[in-house]
Each structure stands twice: as C-alpha cells, then as structure tokens.
Design a protein around this ligand. Structure first.
Ligand code: ATP
Ligand code: 2PG
Length: 300
C-alpha cells in the first residue's frame, strides 16, 4: 500500500493512496471520468515502479504534474492552477444567480464537483428559514415567489414596473440571509457556492464583495423557447413537486426578472453566461475563477 502524508497545524497524518480521489482531482477540464481514472492508474503504476510506499501530498502533486505534462500540457496547466486555487489562504465564495429555471442549482452542483467544493447552499433554503421567522403579515413579499411578489406589495411605486419592483423587494430581504452566510463562511474559512434567484448583482454590500475572494456569475437563457423547455425538463422528473402550470402562467414575469438580472450584471460587472451547454458554462466559470484568483488566463 502507498501512504500519502500531509501536515495539518504541525501534526502529520497519513491516508492510503486512492485512485478514486486522484481521478476526481484529475477530471479538471472535463476529460471524462474514464480518462481521469486511466491517468490515476498510470500515476499509481509510476509510484509502484519507483518503489514509493510513503509520499507527501506535495511530492505527489509534483509527480502528477510531471506526468500530466508528458500526456497533455493543457491539462497539466489547469491542474497546476486549480492546486494554487485550493491552496489559497482565503475561502472561495462563488455566487451564482439568475431568474427562475435558468439552471443555477444544476450549475452549482456541477461546478462544486469540478472544483471539489463541499458546500452549496440554495437561496430558496435561506428564504424558507426566513419564512418561518418572519410572518406573512410583516413581510408578505418573501412568502411569495420572486416573479409574483408584486402581488403582495402593499404600496406599489408608480414609477417602476410592478414585476421588477416585486422582485427587488423580495430579493432584498433574502439578501440579509445571503450576507450572513458569506460572513459565516469567511469567519470559518470555508469555501462555498451560494446559488439561486436571489443572488442579484448590486444587492450584496460593496464592502463584502470587494474585500474577499468572492466572484459572482449571472446565468441567463437568451432563447425563450429553451428557457421554457428547462421547466418542462425539471417538472418531468418524478420527485419534483413544483407545478409546470405555475411556471408557464408566470413565464412572462420570469423573463422580465431575467432582463433585470442582465441589466444589473452589466452595471455591476458580474459574469453573464448564456447557460446553453453544461460543459461550456462550467468551463467559462472555471476560467473566470482562475483568472480572478490565480491570475491565470484561459487555459481551456
Ligand atoms: N446547461 C444545461 N443544459 C441542459 N439542461 C440544463 C442546463 N442547466 C440546467 N438544466 C436543466 O434545466 C432545469 C432547470 O434547472 P435548475 O433547476 O437548475 O434551475 P434553477 O435556476 O435552479 O431554477 P429555480 O431558481 O427556479 O430553482 C433542470 O431540469 C436542469 O437539469
Ligand atoms: O421564487 C422563485 O423564483 C423560485 C426560485 O426557485 O421559487 P418558487 O418558484 O419555488 O417559489
């Protein structure tokens, strides 16, 4: 057996070399799990040939890097950048927003897998906790959805589109919870992805956004028909309880909230991604993250 050693706060600990863990860390630019597993097996063979029974994490990373350079320098470059990112002292906070149905929760899950992050929180869950604490009488808007919150605004403004006004009032309350999660993640030093319809550019305090490793993505779907299909797809899954009829009835309003997202994203410089193809979306996100936090240009 090959043991991998590391140091935590001066204490050394060791764990057995695992091809599964290694191949997950190698599946970085979507080379596919089969190819990643083959590479992990090649690396294991190399360790056996060199008769290494104990190896430190850093030595192992160097061996992996050298192996990847001979196989595919682009994958090697990405592996190196992601290691730098993972070794960063500050936690990484990734915010993924977009109007209902554009794919924030699916993309958060895919990105977490790609970056090997363990924490994802949906803003719908934050809203659910808030609904238990804040009564319908006190804040009727958060007891509605983002696209029909306008129905419960007590005194609508005459100057603004009512759907957008409802959306802003609704998302603004949930942002109190989002900021709390960000503050707690920074305090604990844990990296996290926060996703959902309430992650709107310009709604989180400037101070939090500027002084930490935070990056925001705004997903959208420019093609209306494709956006509708995403709801069909989601609601056709047997475990989904949300009704397709509700989203179809409110589709026009949902599209209006998307227009608002895009306007805000342009003003506040959030990365706008047309979420058509999963790998393309994830590659764009990973490239933006590496560029912002490791200073590496696109190595796709
Ligand atoms: N890039 C993509 N390609 C194909 N299907 C996708 C893509 N992104 C998301 N989907 C699918 O679209 C549907 C809607 O996505 P998802 O539930 O992630 O949206 P959401 O933005 O989280 O919505 P809500 O905020 O209303 O919960 C899901 O069935 C998901 O699998
Ligand atoms: O408010 C919304 O836009 C959606 C987000 O997921 O929630 P629901 O349709 O479940 O109210």
């Amino acid at each position: 057996m090959i043991w991998v050693t590391s140091n935590v706060d001066g204490e050394e600990y060791k764990e057995p070399f695992s091809k599964g863990i290694m191949s997950r860390s190698l599946n970085i630019s979507y080379i596919g799990s089969k190819r990643a597993y083959e590479l992990a097996s090649e690396i294991e063979e190399e360790l056996i040939k060199k008769d290494m029974s104990v190896i430190s994490r850093d030595e192992l990373a160097d061996i992996v890097l050298n192996h990847l350079i001979t196989v595919d320098p682009k994958i090697a470059e990405k592996y190196k950048s992601l290691r730098l990112l993972r070794n960063s002292k500050k936690p990484l906070i990734i915010l993924i927003g977009g109007s209902s149905g554009v794919g924030t929760s699916s993309m958060a899950f895919e990105l977490a897998n790609r970056l090997r992050l363990k924490n994802i929180i949906s803003t719908d869950m934050i809203r659910e906790v808030m609904r238990k604490i804040v009564s319908k009488d006190l804040s009727p808007v958060i007891h509605k959805s983002s696209y029909d919150a306008y129905e419960s605004i007590r005194t609508p403004s005459l100057k603004m589109d009512k759907i957008v006004e409802g959306f802003i009032t609704h998302a603004d309350v949930v942002n109190v919870g989002i900021e709390a999660i960000i503050e707690r993640s920074i305090k604990e030093g844990i990296s996290i992805i926060i996703e959902g319809v309430h992650v709107v550019p310009g709604f989180i305090s400037k101070d939090l956004m500027e002084n930490n490793n935070i990056i925001m993505f705004t997903l959208m779907i420019d093609d209306e028909e494709l956006h509708k299909q995403r709801f069909y797809l989601r609601c056709s899954q047997p475990w989904v309880k949300r009704s397709l009829e509700n989203y179809m009835e409110n589709f026009e309003s949902i599209r209006k909230t998307q227009d608002f997202f895009v306007e805000q994203a342009k003003i506040y410089d959030s990365h706008i991604i047309n979420n058509i193809e999963i790998n393309e979306t994830i590659n764009q996100m990973v490239s933006a993250i590496l560029e912002k936090f490791v200073g590496v240009n696109d190595v796709r």
